[in-house]
Design a protein around this ligand. Structure first.
Ligand code: NZQ
Ligand code: ZN
Length: 381
């Protein structure tokens, strides 16, 4: 096991009827006026917005609103939010949505304390040591952003989908009411399942059979697969929604990687793809890329991949486990090949260049264009 520190400061409020607590929670952290950040309107349709503003009013919290954060959120929307936050003199940022909305909120919260907010994505030493407090009402379980310190934003001008992290990016409080996810389209639920599995696998495949975290991760992966299976036929099943929501948080709140290293090559390639194709949902991109990365990683950690195939899939070979993963994604309605994702062969070079530029995934060897190309070939089925 590697040395580690585990410190997660987010207050996590979970369960039915918890959205109405947001005003009280924000008041307890002493914010008086927040910037409410939201996406394309799902929270108006499912009633979450009304519950949030009722709660804000009840607890005397003022707010202003930033709408229109899109999946694969963009820097121009962040800049718009920073301007509103400055003009309106807010003292907190409230994200009501999924990973895209939360990541936009995290970036705005830091962006008030740096001249050019993109600088902190390019150079981690520029991440400011001040930020507005961040509050979250989660509406889709997938990224774990509700309980971690990371954020991913696409700079539309440079074509880079990059990340920053900061201890101040952990939300002060995250409210996770699984019932608000009853309104999710099946495809979005499946995207969340694929993303959560990927978060666990990125660390798991660097582990050893004796690692406690490896045992823990196997339980988490099996729980995700079983609960998403249930949600594919019964989207309003509370127990499955709740179990998956908690599992997706645990998949990237730090615990599932403690004592292990991290690969993150699948995420690097997916971020390159969705930087070029902004309509590719992160979870769908990963459903194509991650099995291909596992094929490539067979040579690097065969012992753990064999164990994964046995413990998670009941298969005796690594290839058998990877085939089962692909079949599961297909059953959930996710794409499993670059063609299904709509990736044109003429864009391979750009995907390769962006992945190499990002530089994630070099645990076992430097990430060269040849490495990425070999993985894309495994995804070209
Ligand atoms: O925009 P609205 O209308 O709200 O619709 C959203 C959006 O279209 C919809 N949705 C959300 N909750 C809903 C709902 N529809 C009906 N009912 C609800 N309850 O779902 C769509 C997807 O939302 P989005 O926030 O984009 O999804 P997700 O949570 O998967 O976030 C993906 C983004 O997060 C990044 C990804 O790269 C991508 O940009 N990631 C962030 C990470 C982090 N901060 O830790 C780690 C991840 O690896 C990932 O990179
Ligand atoms: Zn992810």
């Amino acid at each position: 096991m590697r040395n580690f520190v585990f410190h997660n400061p987010t207050k996590y409020v979970f369960g039915k009827d918890t959205v109405k607590k947001i005003g009280e929670e924000i008041a307890s952290f002493d914010s008086k006026k927040v910037l409410l950040v939201a996406g394309g309107g799902s929270i108006k349709k499912n009633g979450v917005y009304d519950t949030v503003v009722d709660s804000l009013k009840k607890h005397g919290i003022q707010w202003v609103e930033l709408w229109g954060v899109r999946p694969n959120p963009v820097l121009s929307k962040v800049r718009e939010g920073i301007e509103i936050a400055k003009k309106e003199n807010v003292d907190g940022v409230l994200a009501v949505g999924g990973g895209s909305v939360i990541d936009t909120a995290k970036t705005i919260a830091h962006g008030l304390f740096i001249d050019n907010v993109w600088d902190m994505f390019v150079d981690s030493s520029k991440v400011p040591d001040s930020a507005l407090p961040i509050y979250v009402v989660l509406t889709i379980s997938a990224t774990g952003s509700e309980m971690n310190g990371g954020a991913v934003i696409t700079n539309e001008e440079t074509g880079q989908k990059w990340a920053f992290s900061s201890p101040l990016s952990y939300p002060k409080v995250s409210i996770v009411d699984p019932t608000v996810q009853f309104s999710l389209p099946k495809k979005q639920t499946a995207n969340g399942g694929s993303d959560a599995l990927s978060h666990i696998l990125e660390a798991y495949i660097t582990g050893k059979s004796t690692d406690t975290t490896v045992y823990y991760d196997e339980g988490l992966m099996r729980s995700i697969i079983d609960n998403i299976d249930t949600l594919m036929v019964d989207p309003r099943n509370y127990e499955a929604r709740a179990s998956f929501a908690w599992a997706a948080t645990l998949a990237l709140n730090g615990i599932s990687s403690k004592g292990l290293a991290g690969d993150w090559l699948s995420h690097a390639i997916e971020h390159a793809i969705s930087a070029i194709y902004p309509d590719v949902a992160h979870g769908s991109g990963l459903a194509v890329v991650h099995p291909a990365v596992l094929m490539y990683r067979r040579k690097h950690n065969p012992e753990i991949l064999k164990r994964w195939a046995q413990q998670v899939w009941g298969e005796n070979t690594i290839e058998g486990g990877i085939e089962r993963l692909r079949a599961k994604y297909k059953e959930w309605g996710l794409p499993i090949s670059l063609k299904e994702l709509g990736v044109k062969p003429s864009d391979w070079q750009s995907i390769i260049d962006k992945t190499v530029e990002l530089g994630w995934g070099d645990l076992w060897e430097p990430i060269t264009p040849q490495v990425v190309e070999e993985i894309l070939r495994y995804a070209d089925i």
